[in-house]
Design a protein around this ligand. Sequence first.
Ligand code: DGL
Length: 272
Amino acid sequence: MSDRRPIGMFDSGVGGLTVARAVIDLLPHEDLIYFGDVERCPYGPRPADEVRRFAIEIMDVLVAQDVKLLVVACNSAASTALDAAKERYDLPIISVIEPGVHAAVAATRNRRIGLIGTRATVDSGAYDRAVAETRANVTLASRACPRFVEFVERGDTTSDEVIALARGYLAPLREQEVDTLILGCTHYPLLSGVIQYVMGESVVLVSSAEATATDVFAALRNRDLVSDQRLLGTHRFISSSVEGSFSELGIRFLGPEFGEVEHHPWPHEART
Ligand code: DGL
């Protein structure tokens, strides 16, 4: 048994490309469709019901392309829309939250885990619930870092300004002596240099990208959905905006697999 349909994946912008990179590395023969909702990015400051509506609209687009599995490569969307998505689609759906939590629980030595994410993700309590479900004897200290996404979306991952911002956001987590920090937003692995620099080298940064890719691999194998094609997979990239930064950052953050960007405009009333 094999299944040559593509994997569908989305984020509000370029952040989910960190997950795409990890999935392509583990599953090079799979076709992939990636949707970046650049026109409506950022999701983080938006109310939960709006983020949920956006996520469902994108998943409807991907499901119409006959994908075999959905990857919610956006913590803000996973925090708010996962239950609705599981009810709506008869497909395996992988989110970035549980894989990151499991990796952090395995990595912590002093049992103090930190979480950074968007306002939507932190306020949803989704990580607190996922940690509680592991029944591990750990504490979770959360901190929203709302302005990180705008820096990543404009490609600034090294400036004095972003380091100063990180110092402010991360100070409480340093005081609480977390030894493991979950990057609970798929944009944040692109700021790993800054975050590790500010937190100090003894803190383990957990990017859910690799852990999510491992879950995608297992989900395809367990359901006999792995493609049997021998050639490298094809990768399609769709953006809701015509603006060029997605292409520029795509090449920088994903690498040579990043190709031409297709435009999927939302109807006027769905834009905000
Ligand atoms: N990369 C996203 C996340 O994982 C969303 C960032 C945003 O749009 O605010 O939460």
